[in-house]
Design a protein around this ligand. Structure first.
Ligand SMILES: *Cc1c(COP(=O)(O)O)cnc(C)c1O
Length: 383
């Protein structure tokens, strides 16, 4: 169906941070399948792990124990400090599971808390429940009636959030750094304030790290940079390095509300996707990729700030690590098109923000080249 306004481009193969189309034109990939191709394209270890697992067992039902799933769950719990994992196939499903778990937790406790507070400009997925959670009208129009039980408040406004918490509030659901909604960073003070607010009122903090998780911001999870911990965490996009997988993690006392038969999935956590994700985590560690995200993120940010000095259409540089946004005072569609024609793939985050999401193992030279191409295109759209 015509659910995507597709670019006139057909990509056939990739290697590292580069992809090639059906005319054999080469592009620097600063989209990464929207923050999915963590290790770039065709990483040898990921190829090997997937091929080996495909030859051993692709899928087996969650009716049985799955060693590859157990191993990944242990890794994710150790990295996040949370205790339990539910695996699924996408970000929306991870958020669905998170909201179901939060509601069930309070139901089990005999509490009336059901409402979930989220941020305006947020993005949480495309299912009925996750469009209801999303703080942008554009994803909701035409889909009435939507699930009820949501309140939306502006990000980084602790006063308004505090005023909207009441005896019916079950959870606060936030992206530490909003991706689709414009690359808007939740400040450290705000996140810490939200954490204490949740503690004070017995409200659960759900962090949606579907886009920011698995190293994208320079730490394994963005919440580490605010020195806080969520009660429930959702992951997807970069977790499988290109193989679909989502995860919802929670603290033990909350996770127990998902007892046998309360929630489930056919595909989620199958051996293939879990092996892919475990390989991504192992490569991130062994190839020192978090350090690369910090160094390359710094390089890209400085380059973008340099461009801001030269071009009036640029208002600011936003984001963290390798999830960066160039906030403009013009619509970025023609700039994105120009970049594509010059061999650089980038994406928007709303009409006036250019979003840059290169693979996390991108080289210094590739960042420099992308900055040159971007500068050339900024000059062209100016004319
Ligand atoms: C992409 C995204 C989702 C939805 O993930 P899907 O895999 O497309 O369902 C949810 N939350 C955030 C923050 C995202 O960036």
């Amino acid at each position: 169906m015509n659910t995507y306004g597709r670019h006139p481009l057909t990509l056939l193969r990739g290697k590292g941070s580069r992809v090639w189309d059906d005319q054999n034109h080469e592009y620097l990939d600063f989209v990464s399948g929207i923050a999915v191709n963590t290790l770039g394209h065709a990483h040898p270890r990921l190829i090997h792990a997937i091929a080996e697992q495909a030859a051993t067992m692709l899928h087996c039902s969650n009716l049985y124990h799955i060693p590859e799933q157990i191993e990944l769950a242990k890794n994710l719990c150790q990295l996040s400090g949370l205790d339990r994992v539910f695996f699924c196939n996408s970000g929306a499903e991870a958020n669905e599971a998170a909201m179901k778990l939060a509601r069930k937790f309070f139901y089990d406790a005999g509490s009336k808390r059901r409402t979930i507070i989220t941020a305006t400009q947020s993005f949480h997925g495309r299912t009925m429940q996750t469009i209801a959670a999303t703080g942008q009208d554009k994803v909701k129009t035409g889909f009435d009636p939507l699930p009820v039980g949501f309140k939306h408040v502006p990000l980084n406004d602790l006063k308004t959030l505090t005023e909207s918490v009441d005896s019916h509030t079950a959870a606060i659901l936030l992206e530490p750094l909003q991706g689709e909604g414009g690359v808007n960073l939740a400040s450290v003070e705000y996140l810490q304030g939200v954490r204490s607010l949740c503690n004070q009122h017995g409200v659960l903090l759900i962090l949606d790290e579907v886009q920011t998780g698995i190293g994208r911001t320079g730490t394994m999870f963005a919440f580490e940079q605010a020195n806080i911990q969520p009660d429930i965490l959702t992951l997807a996009k970069g977790l499988g390095g290109g193989v679909p997988i989502g995860a919802m993690l929670a603290k033990e006392d909350i996770a127990t509300s998902f007892s046998a038969g309360t929630h489930g999935t056919t595909f989620g956590g199958n051996p293939l996707s879990c092996v892919a994700a475990s390989t991504v985590l192992s490569v991130i560690e062994q190839e020192n990729i978090l350090a690369n995200v910090l160094a390359r993120g710094q390089q890209l940010r400085e380059g973008l700030q340099g461009l801001k000095q030269c071009f009036d259409c640029i208002e600011g540089v936003r984001g963290q690590g390798l999830l960066l946004g160039l906030a403009c005072n013009i619509e970025v569609a023609s700039l994105i098109e120009c970049c594509r024609q010059h061999g650089l793939l980038v994406l928007p985050a709303g009409p006036k923000v250019l979003r840059l999401l290169p693979p996390l193992n991108i080289s210094k030279e590739d960042i420099s080249e992308a900055l040159l191409l971007l500068e050339q295109c900024l000059n062209e759209v100016k004319e």
